[in-house]
Design a protein around this ligand. Structure first.
Ligand code: GNR
Ligand code: NI
Length: 174
């Protein structure tokens, strides 16, 4: 397993549309292991493969509160089969938009279909934070981040801030 670098906005990679996975093989499982390790390291609750630069439709998540009792979840080719008409608002964060919080309205519940870690087809009814997070992650697979939901003015301020942050990080490495 390995911790990989999380791509921060602004970056054209985050706008890519990720490709469906044909078959969940050892390569995909290894990717999921790395994604989970990277997500735990970054203290996130979800991660899409494109956030570490891999344009495959793969998401990992862990919504458990207790750090000792991990509850990893794996979603390959997740699709939303059904979504509630009712919307819920939530202050969302994103590992690709660090230290920023954006209020996003999304369907309050949804049903998804996906392949699990072993490539088995599954269905899941999502509500609460799970519904928020899976919809957030599926948008990453379609090249959309929470910056989509802020005003042009606020977006340009965030982009400026994150660009500076990245420039500084690069300097530290050198
Ligand atoms: O760690 C994360 N927290 C979070 C909080 C509210 C709504 C969505 C999220 S997902 C985010 C991790 C991430 O960026 N996943 O793509
Ligand atoms: Ni995100």
């Amino acid at each position: 397993m390995a911790i990989r670098k999380i791509i921060i906005e602004p970056d054209p990679t985050l706008k890519k549309i990720s490709e469906p996975v044909d078959r969940v093989g050892t390569e995909e499982q290894k990717l999921m292991d790395d994604m989970l390790e990277t997500m735990y390291y970054a203290k996130g609750i979800g991660l899409a493969a494109i956030q570490i630069g891999v344009p495959k439709r793969i998401v990992v998540m862990d919504l458990s509160k207790d750090e000792k009792k991990k509850e990893p979840m794996y979603f390959v080719n997740p699709i939303i089969k059904n979504k509630n008409q009712d919307l819920s608002k939530f202050e969302e964060g994103c590992l690709s938009v660090p230290n920023q919080f954006v209020e996003v309205s999304r369907p309050s519940t949804c049903e998804i279909e996906y392949l699990d870690y072993n490539g088995e087809k599954r269905n899941l009814k999502c509500d609460g934070l799970l519904a928020v997070c899976i919809q957030h992650e599926i948008q990453h697979l379609d090249g959309i981040t929470i910056l989509r939901y802020v005003s042009n003015l606020k977006r340009s301020m965030i982009v400026k801030k994150l660009s500076k942050l990245k420039a500084n990080e690069d300097r530290v490495v050198l």
